[in-house]
Design a protein around this ligand. Structure first.
Ligand code: ADP
Length: 191
């Protein structure tokens, strides 16, 4: 089983790349952002709660997010590996994920970051906002908040995974195909 964490700032292209990688490597793609948005659409209790945070560009609380992620993993008992996209985003989430996988005799194989400058990313997000319908993509204040959350809570995870010798990064600027190839080189080197 290979379990990959796709890491990167908002707009780095995690979701786009996950679509290609999940097919190529037969992985179960779990995007916490997508799962929250699915729940918001369905007007579930989880969706209502998540919306109050997402609308402000804040992270959804760890306890809720971790519980949701674990139950999604448990829904795929026959998976040949997971591609985590947008999770973990805090140290508590990373520790919970390690403990959860360990309880199943599994572990994170590698974390791969998509690197790009903030300036490029903010432009991409605003462009995406024109068609995505995502309220958090259409407002400069919300986008700023997401970057602040990333810098404060998510960026420290790089050191966490470096400490485990599991951190890799690739240049996230280029064509979608070029970036898929860069990511594939890293994944192929893991096997
Ligand atoms: P982006 O990476 O562009 O910010 P996502 O779809 O990954 O987009 O996340 C959108 C929002 O969903 C985040 O701003 C946050 O409010 C919430 N969210 C997603 N994943 C997590 C997580 N692991 N922990 C807490 N909140 C999350």
């Amino acid at each position: 089983m290979i379990n990959i964490v796709l890491f990167g700032k908002p707009g780095a292209g995690k979701g786009t790349q996950a679509e290609f990688l999940k097919t190529k490597y037969n992985l179960t793609h779990l995007s916490t952002g997508d799962i929250f948005r699915f729940n918001i659409k369905g007007d579930t209790d989880l969706g209502k709660l998540a919306k109050t945070f997402m609308d402000k560009g804040e992270l959804v609380p760890d306890a809720v997010t971790i519980k949701m992620l674990e139950s999604e993993c448990n829904n795929h008992p026959d998976s040949s590996g997971f591609l985590f996209d947008g999770f973990p985003r805090t140290l508590s989430q990373a520790e919970a994920l390690d403990a959860f996988l360990e309880s199943k005799n599994e572990q994170i194989t590698a974390t791969i970051a998509l690197e790009a400058d903030d300036e490029v990313l903010v432009k991409r997000i605003l462009e995406r906002g024109k068609t995505s319908g995502r309220p958090d993509d259409q407002d400069a204040e919300k986008i700023r908040n997401r970057y602040q959350e990333y810098n404060e809570k998510t960026a420290p995870l790089m050191d966490y995974y470096k400490g485990q010798n599991k951190f890799h990064s690739v240049n996230g600027i280029g064509s979608i195909q070029e970036i898929t190839e860069r990511l594939s080189l890293v994944i192929n080197s893991l096997k």
